[in-house]
Design a protein around this ligand. Structure first.
Ligand code: CA2
Length: 144
């Protein structure tokens, strides 16, 4: 069975606890459960992980080669700062769909630039939890 990795970066473990006007009230646990159940309904195995640490995310991206067909990545704030995370995606040539819960292009100017999006195949933002489902579907289409 095809396997997809859903990676969430720093502070996404706080989703649903504060700033609901920006991020909504859905928790990360809700999003992960949604991804896993969507995976079951479309016949793909979905593994979800979250880390607040850049190096851990890089290790997971590197180790996904050969283990997962692609990655749904919400890099959190690292999208706007991390050339290292971008290099990990470019260096492994792993298929990544970048997701943001909020629409980063309608927020503060410093959120408009995403380094990781330069290495991602697609970017989905501003669709809340649905963005993760869209990203899983996009990966399935791209890896058919
Ligand atoms: O919209 C997204 O998904 C973001 O990746 C979320 C990041 C933010 O830095 C990006 O610019 C856009 C922030 C993670 C969530 O942070 C929270 C902080 C407090 C309460 C709830 C969430």
């Amino acid at each position: 069975m095809k396997s997809i990795l859903v990676l969430n970066g720093p502070n996404l473990n706080l989703l649903g606890t504060r700033e609901p006007e920006i991020y909504g009230s859905t928790t990360l646990a809700d999003i992960e459960a949604l991804c896993i159940s969507h995976g079951q309904s479309v016949g793909v195995s979905v593994e979800c992980r979250q880390s607040n640490h850049e190096g851990t995310l890089i290790d997971w991206i590197q180790n996904s080669v050969g283990a997962h067909a692609g990655i749904v990545l919400n890099p959190g704030g690292y999208a706007h700062t991390s050339i290292a995370l971008m290099d990990a995606i470019l260096g492994t040539d792993v298929l990544v769909i970048e997701v943001h819960v909020s629409d980063i292009y309608k927020r503060e100017p410093f959120r408009h630039r995403s380094y990781t999006s330069k290495a991602a195949r697609q970017v989905i933002c501003g669709r809340g939890a649905q963005g993760y489902i869209d990203a899983i579907n996009a990966l399935l289409t791209l890896t058919d």
